[in-house]
Design a protein around this ligand. Structure first.
Ligand SMILES: C[S@@+](CC[C@H](N)C(=O)[O-])C[C@H]1O[C@@H](n2cnc3c(N)ncnc32)[C@H](O)[C@@H]1O
Length: 326
């Protein structure tokens, strides 16, 4: 939804209300700077904090997240069903992002034209290659990328409703047979070893309770030399518990090599504008999505909106060592 996005509500104790739909923002505090994309070695944010703050001490900070019990594929199913009948949230997202919003794609996250372009540039896939879109949602970003690059696509999501919606949308992007969608978990895709030339995961990898296990799954599915491109929050402190201070040590623990990392331009501004629009149009949100989701969205907008900082959303490119470039 457009914002970010877990299709769940969460009370002050972190328990989920399945019936609620919340567009949860990437809940990290930003890195306090703005500017154009910079290569990883010049990043101005604090150096990796290894072995500090992690849930179990032995692992890099942010390696694990205590996922609330109610956050399930079925909970996402309910959210995808509820939002299918209204374009209100997409309309508000389009207004918030302005020219950066890829309308046709209808991302269920914070994907912009810049993000799509960066994935094309870094994934380096074309006809004859296979791209995997992990946590594909309703399929828009992966389908757009498959059409743009000529690669074939496999989308994976734990929401069967989202997978079905992706299948239905496929024909408007690519010829029959170029895209398929399967129900699977971030950490257990069911895809064969080395079967992907590139993997993309937009606004979702932080939802995995065991981030290193998920990154290992990405490594397993990638062919040697293949690249993994993902968007996520990154920050030292966070109002939400699924934040990661620094992705590099997690990638390294999973046997992936960080190749490039850059802040997503406009991320905080887009989200701040969208939160303002949610609050402005709360009556319509209540009418079209119901009071539960509306209340959760209002809480999110009021609590996270003021914490947003430039630079907190990042695009990361990692690589499975070995192999050759495509
Ligand atoms: C913010 S949405 C992003 C969807 C899509 N990548 C996009 O940008 O349009 C997050 C997605 O992650 C999926 N998801 C969350 N946890 C998952 C898990 N453990 N396994 C598979 N999918 C998961 C949800 O069902 C949802 O579709």
């Amino acid at each position: 939804m457009l914002a970010h996005v877990a299709l769940h509500g969460e009370d002050s104790h972190g328990d989920l209300h399945k019936s609620q739909i919340v567009c949860r923002a990437r809940a990290t505090v930003g890195t306090g700077w703005t500017g154009a994309a910079r290569p990883a070695e010049r990043r101005p944010w604090p150096a990796p904090r290894r072995h500090t703050g992690g849930v179990d001490g032995e692992l890099p900070a942010g390696a694990r997240w205590d996922r609330p019990a109610g956050m399930t594929g079925a909970a996402y199913d309910a959210g995808y069903v509820a939002t299918a009948s209204t374009s209100l949230l997409r309309d508000l997202a389009a207004q918030a992002y302005g020219e950066d919003y890829p309308r046709e794609v209808e991302p269920f996250g914070m994907t912009t034209w810049w993000v799509l372009g960066q994935v094309v540039a870094h994934a380096r896939v074309g006809p004859g290659h296979r791209l995997v879109d992990l946590a594909c949602g309703r399929g828009g970003p992966g389908l757009w990328l498959a059409r743009a690059t000529g690669a074939s696509l496999v989308g994976v999501d734990w929401s069967s409703v989202a997978v079905e919606a992706s299948r239905e949308r496929a024909a408007s992007f690519v010829p029959e047979g170029r895209a398929r969608f399967v129900v699977g978990d971030l950490a257990e895709t069911g895809l064969p070893d080395g079967s992907a030339d590139a993997v993309v995961c937009l606004d979702a990898i932080f939802f995995a309770p065991d981030r290193v296990a998920t990154l290992r799954e990405v490594r397993r599915v990638l062919r040697p030399g293949g690249r993994f491109v993902f968007t996520a929050s990154e920050g030292v402190t966070a109002p939400g518990r699924h934040a990661v201070p620094d992705w590099e040590p997690l990638l390294s623990a999973a046997g992936l090599t960080l190749e490039w990392r850059a802040p997503v331009p406009g991320f905080a501004e887009h989200l701040r504008r969208m939160y303002a629009l949610w609050l402005e149009h709360l009556d319509r949100i209540v009418a079209e999505l119901g009071p539960g989701p509306a209340r959760s969205m209002e809480q999110e907008a009021r609590s996270l909106g003021p914490t947003l900082q430039p630079g907190q959303g990042v695009l990361v490119v990692a690589r499975r060592p070995g192999g050759t470039d495509s």
